[in-house]
Design a protein around this ligand. Structure first.
Ligand code: NCD
Ligand code: ZN
Length: 348
């Protein structure tokens, strides 16, 4: 527990273990924000069409590097989009190309997931190859059965998919991405060393009331959707518990504001502008600023088997106002909390 409120925190340079950078003009607009705060990031493969081959991942990586500001040493860590038909021999090629993980999207679960997995059993030979080659499986943990209530889909996934998967592939490293419920937090806390989870800033700071305060607020809508307060408290407890199974993954997911403020609002919160500041706010609320460094800079690389970063960054206690919006190709992009203030300032 921290006692006196510190004015400045100096941390090992952090990484973002779950981010959406998009492509083309959108990529050009957002990548600098992530590269400003983070040394590395796990880049999600849900482009249209998705990144399903080692060759596509290598080409996407080159586009990301080309879009970086001059002098940036940001390192994108590439992933493939797992499908029912990902060939077993693609795993070796992926490993050779520097791909670190495959992402499991249950078909239809979220933005650009139509090509996702219809039945995890269909991927078992590929998962076995990943287990052999040491590639991680990153999981969007929601069932897609329309008969299951949206707010229950993660908890049902734990029982229906995660538990059998862990029993069948005990040595596959699995990251339960952007967990949102106490069921998922308890599951990961109680699992063995091959299972970990990422947590987003929005799920640590907000419960589902945020989506409905004074009207429908599309910029608070992401998937998995924000849950009740009891879940937020369980997630905050997990993140600040000191357990090395929980680490930073913003799930920053930019959508043009015209697409968010639309009759059908795309799922995703854009947090890359103030990611570390939002986490600091959450950790301070829990009286656990002393746990932020491991969450942001140690637990992720340790789980992935990658070196920790060398450099340092600073968070200064200083109030600033997030811009209402930033450019997004020809469109505009509204950050979560846009136009509002935040009490920490990131200094690279
Ligand atoms: C993500 C996106 O927009 O690509 N959206 C989201 O709400 N998190 C997809 C995802 O990670 O589920
Ligand atoms: Zn995501």
């Amino acid at each position: 527990m921290s006692t006196a409120a510190p004015q400045e925190l100096v941390l090992t340079r952090p990484d973002d273990w779950h981010v959406h950078l998009r492509d083309e003009a959108a990529l050009q607009s957002v990548v600098a924000h992530t590269a400003h705060q983070f040394a590395r990031a796990i880049v999600m493969p849900n482009l249209r069409p998705p990144i399903t081959t080692a060759a596509q991942a290598a080409a996407y990586r080159a586009r990301i590097l080309a879009a970086l500001p001059e002098g940036s040493d940001f390192q994108p860590l590439m992933t493939l989009y797992l499908t029912d038909n990902t060939p077993v021999d693609e795993i070796k090629r992926a490993k050779d190309a520097g791909v670190v993980a495959l992402k499991l999207y249950p078909a239809g679960a979220t933005t650009n997931s139509d090509a996702g997995v219809t039945d995890i059993k269909k991927t078992y030979r590929t998962l076995e190859a990943m287990q052999r080659e040491g590639l991680l499986l990153l999981v969007h943990g929601e069932v897609t059965d329309p008969a299951i209530d949206v707010f229950d889909r993660e908890a049902v996934f734990v029982d229906q998919v995660m538990t059998p998967l862990r029993a069948d592939m005990p040595e596959l490293k699995v990251v339960f991405e952007h967990i949102t419920t106490k069921e998922a937090a308890q599951y990961v806390a109680g699992a063995d060393a091959y299972t970990a989870a990422t947590l987003t800033p929005q799920h640590l700071l907000y419960n589902r009331n945020a989506i409905f305060t004074g009207g429908l607020r599309p910029h608070y809508y992401c998937l998995p959707v924000l849950k009740r307060e009891e879940h937020r408290l369980a997630l905050l407890q997990a993140a600040t518990s000191g357990s090395n199974k929980f680490f930073l993954g913003t799930d920053s997911a930019p959508h043009a504001s015209v697409m968010k403020e639309n009759s059908v609002c795309g799922a995703g919160c854009f947090t890359a502008l103030s990611a570390l500041e939002l986490y600091a706010e959450a950790f301070e609320l829990a009286g656990a600023l002393d746990k932020l460094e491991a969450f942001a800079a140690f637990n992720g690389p340790d789980f992935y088997g990658l070196p920790r970063n060398q450099g340092r960054v600073t968070l200064r206690r200083e109030s600033w106002t997030l811009p209402d919006s930033v450019p997004f190709g020809e469109a505009r992009l509204k950050p979560l909390r846009g136009g509002e203030s935040i009490g920490w300032k990131f200094i690279p």
